[in-house]
Design a protein around this ligand. Structure first.
Ligand code: FES
Length: 182
C-alpha cells in the first residue's frame, strides 16, 4: 500500500515533535486543497445558471441620485432608469393624466404611493428596444433616437411609433432611500 504523508512523518524516529506536527498539518492541508480542486467542477455545476443570476434582484441607494437627475443601472442585462423627478416634472405629468394617449395611465399609477419623485423604468423603447435619451422630446421625458418616439416625465408614450409606455419593473422601497428591484 502507498505510504501517506502522515505515515511518513510518524515513521521517522527522533524527529522534533513540532516539526512532525507541522509536516502533518501541511500534508492534511495539501490533501484538503486537492479534494477542493477535485470537488470544484461538481460544486460549480450546482451554481445557478447565468439566466437565473440575471433575474436576481438588486438593491439601489437612491441618495446617490441628485434631484432632477437620472442614473442608469444594468438589471437583467438591460438598462434601468432611476429618475429623481423634480416637483415641476411631476406636475407636468399629472397635468396630462387625462390627455389623449396610446397607453393611458395616470402619473400616480407609474410610481409608488408616497414616492412620486422616484420614477423607475426599463430603459428600453417599446418600439424596437433602443435606449431612449433622457430629457429629450417635447415633454421633457425621453426621446428615442432610433425612430423618434417621445415619452413624457412619467415614461408614457406621447408620440412616435412606440406602442406602449416605458415598462415598470417590479420593485419595493426598503427604506425611503433604498429600493429593491426584482
Ligand atoms: S426603437 Fe424607439 S422609436 Fe423605434
Amino acid at each position: 500500500m502507498a505510504e501517506t504523508a502522515a505515515d511518513a512523518t510518524a515513521s521517522t524516529p527522533g524527529q522534533d515533535p513540532n516539526r512532525r506536527d507541522f509536516i502533518y498539518i501541511a500534508a492534511v492541508a495539501a490533501a484538503a486543497g486537492g479534494a477542493a480542486a477535485v470537488a470544484w467542477p461538481f460544486i460549480d455545476q450546482m451554481n445557478p445558471a447565468a439566466d437565473t443570476l440575471a433575474a436576481a434582484s438588486v438593491e439601489y441607494d437612491l441618495s446617490k441620485v441628485e434631484p432632477g437627475a437620472q442614473v442608469v443601472i444594468t438589471w437583467r442585462k438591460q438598462p434601468l432608469f432611476i429618475r429623481n423627478r423634480t416637483a415641476a416634472q411631476i406636475a407636468s405629468a399629472v397635468k396630462d393624466d387625462h390627455a389623449d394617449m396610446k397607453d393611458p395611465a395616470t402619473d400616480a399609477s407609474r410610481v409608488k404611493p408616497g414616492h412620486a419623485q422616484w420614477l423607475i423604468l426599463l430603459g428600453s423603447c417599446t418600439h424596437l428596444g433602443c435606449v431612449p435619451t433622457e430629457g429629450g422630446g417635447k415633454y421633457g421625458g425621453w426621446l428615442c433616437p432610433c425612430h423618434g418616439s417621445v415619452y413624457d416625465t412619467a415614461g408614457r408614450i406621447r408620440s412616435g411609433p412606440a406602442p406602449k409606455n416605458l415598462e415598470l419593473p417590479e420593485y419595493t422601497f426598503l427604506t425611503d432611500t433604498k429600493v429593491k428591484i426584482g
